[in-house]
Design a protein. Structure first.
Length: 298
């Protein structure tokens, strides 16, 4: 994968899904961070949404506020593939990821380590730039790390439709990186995509309004994740078929945490915020849910 020519990934969704202006974006991120408390710092991993910032930007702040930038030096970003069929995980061809704040550099040494396992594919630059699940986290990472911007690197990883056995294999692989306190794992996922346009209309009438049913459904899933048991989460998904787009990224994290717990590592996961893009009251409505949480190793 070596090359002397640096490849840049453009900030493809800037000006559309989030502000392209450095000044405006910085002010927006600062305002969201200012409203959130540090209760679970230092987080070793976070789950945060990847929708347009007008919908999920404030929610994501709850996860990122738990990260300690003074100790974080490598940031793994696991994002689900929305557009390209992928049965495993893929690495970017880019060396530098642009953001309106400043450029982020890929850790080529860790990329080489991952590539040597034979478990990864390479995604094209076009695929990379058309996928939003990783990019939507980059401005948050840049803002979080601005006081240490020359001291950290990123490891972006596109996660495909992994089988259960592959979730375990990737979890085992990433567990050694999760164990290092200098590493942070960002798991990119929205929660329930509800409505006919998503072909998912689960409704428990006992909860009252549809949006209350969606919230109850999501919070059952969030509780499953907080157990840090990949099998418990898998059973939840099988029972409810909830349309959590980053479910395989989450499963990889749960399998990585399971590997560490086998070694006696004590950890906990807590969700800190939940939001919906809209409050559905009829089957003509649709919404996407967002949740922010943090994994702490004690």
């Amino acid at each position: 994968m070596a090359s002397n020519r640096r490849i840049y990934r453009e900030a493809h969704f800037a000006g559309d899904w989030y502000k392209a202006s450095k000044l405006e974006l910085n002010g927006q991120l600062e305002a969201w961070f200012a409203k959130v408390q540090c209760t679970k710092r230092p987080a070793r991993a976070i789950i945060a949404p990847h929708a347009g910032y007008v919908y999920s930007g404030s929610c994501a702040a709850y996860a990122y506020k738990q990260v300690d930038p003074s100790i974080t030096r490598r940031i793994f970003i696991l994002g689900p593939s929305h557009h390209v069929p992928l049965s495993g995980c893929a690495l970017s061809r880019a060396d530098i990821f642009k953001t309106p704040l400043y450029n982020l550099h890929v850790n080529r040494r860790i990329y080489r380590e991952l590539w040597k396992t034979g478990m990864f594919e390479r995604m094209s630059l076009k695929t990379d730039e058309q996928e939003h699940s990783i990019e939507m986290h980059l401005p948050y990472i840049a803002k979080l790390m601005e006081s240490h911007k020359d001291e950290f690197t990123i490891i972006p990883i596109l996660v495909g439709s992994l089988s259960e056995s592959k979730e375990k294999k990737f979890g085992k692989l990433f567990s050694k990186y999760l164990e290092d306190p200098k590493n942070l794992f960002v798991v990119s996922s929205d929660f329930c995509h509800w409505g006919r346009r998503f072909d998912y209309c689960y409704y428990d009438q006992s909860q009252g309004e549809i949006y209350r049913s969606i919230e109850r459904l999501d919070k059952k899933g969030m509780n499953a994740i907080e157990q840090l048991d990949p099998l418990f989460f898998k059973k939840y998904l099988k029972k409810y078929r909830n349309t959590i787009c980053g479910k395989r990224c989450i499963a990889v994290l749960l399998n990585a945490s399971k590997e560490l717990r086998k070694k006696g590592v004590d950890m906990s996961f807590s969700f800190l915020n939940y939001a919906q893009s809209d409050q559905c009251t009829t089957f003509q409505h649709s919404s996407v849910s967002y949740a922010a949480g943090a994994l702490t190793i004690h």
